[in-house]
Design a protein around this ligand. Sequence first.
Ligand SMILES: NC(=O)c1ccc[n+]([C@@H]2O[C@H](COP(=O)([O-])OP(=O)(O)OC[C@H]3O[C@@H](n4cnc5c(N)ncnc54)[C@H](O)[C@@H]3O)[C@@H](O)[C@H]2O)c1
Length: 315
Amino acid sequence: MVEKPSIIVVGVGGFGKNHVRVLAELGGLGGVCDIVEERASTYGKLYNVPYYGNVSDIPEGAYDGAIVSTPTSTHKDVAMELALKKVGYLFIEKPFTQTVKEAIELINFLKKKNVKTMVGFIERFNPAIRMVKKYIEEEALGEIIMASATRVRRWPERVTDSGVLLDTAIHDVDLMRYLFSEDPIKVYAKTGKSMHRIHEDYATIILTFSSGKMAIINANWLTPYKIRRLEVIGSEGVVEADLVTQQVTLSSKNDRITPFSEWSEPLRHELKYFLNCIVNNENPIPGEEDAVRALKIIEASLKSSEVGNSVEIYT
Ligand SMILES: NC(=O)c1ccc[n+]([C@@H]2O[C@H](COP(=O)([O-])OP(=O)(O)OC[C@H]3O[C@@H](n4cnc5c(N)ncnc54)[C@H](O)[C@@H]3O)[C@@H](O)[C@H]2O)c1
């Protein structure tokens, strides 16, 4: 049994440096790795942990877990190499891989190596989402009818291996599955490209579920300010959540309440959970199956936009 897991963060760029900071706060940071050696050495020295310029330099058996926060196009190769280094737990940043095919190849490989895998769908650990989930489970909204999510902000061309669907909307795709405890069966999507050269930078998805529920997801990299909002509508009430401020409002026919809850960092909850899974030898959730399901929905959305019709999503 591992009492105090030692984790290496691979990829200490824009988001990886947050993993480094939070893991250090939680006492789980054991090393850093980045192909830009200066980045690796900066964080290694700052937190007084070993640093490496390449995954191949990481000693075998040195780490209980690893965070893969390199660009999405590299996740599969980096994760496989970490498994060969006998890292038992991998936390692979969303969207896991670029395609369903890659995800399945990676999962089959990791299973053979007995590696337990978590995917970085961080919003499940957002306190606002936890409150929304609680209201749904307590049936405070009555029967759930539909949900809508908006995730927009202005981004210059930054991510070149993914469009707004794979990079951004996937957070809300996962949230809809999580909140409804159900997989969608069909998607209709429209996407477009305005400022970005390679991939779509705005998209709207409509998901339908066999229970009759529906979900609408809007995402773009064009709106000059940041909005991350979710609304769930039920037969007896509505819950609205601001995923940035974490403010949640529950409205029913006669009442409207905004319970106070102190803001706390979703990444801290997420990584604390990952560390606990290692200590307790548990399979983390969301895991590889959640990643594949979300990727299938994204691929079906891209297809829908291409053909101009709704597309069935096979499980
Ligand atoms: N959960 C979230 O909310 C969230 C937010 C942002 C990004 N992400 C995800 O995190 C991942 C990284 O995104 P980012 O914005 O930090 O990218 P980034 O380009 O800013 O950083 C990636 C880092 O990985 C390094 N790198 C590249 N290939 C490497 C390799 N083979 N081995 C070691 N290091 C390597 C790069 O030098 C760079 O420092 C992406 O998968 C992205 O989808 C998740």
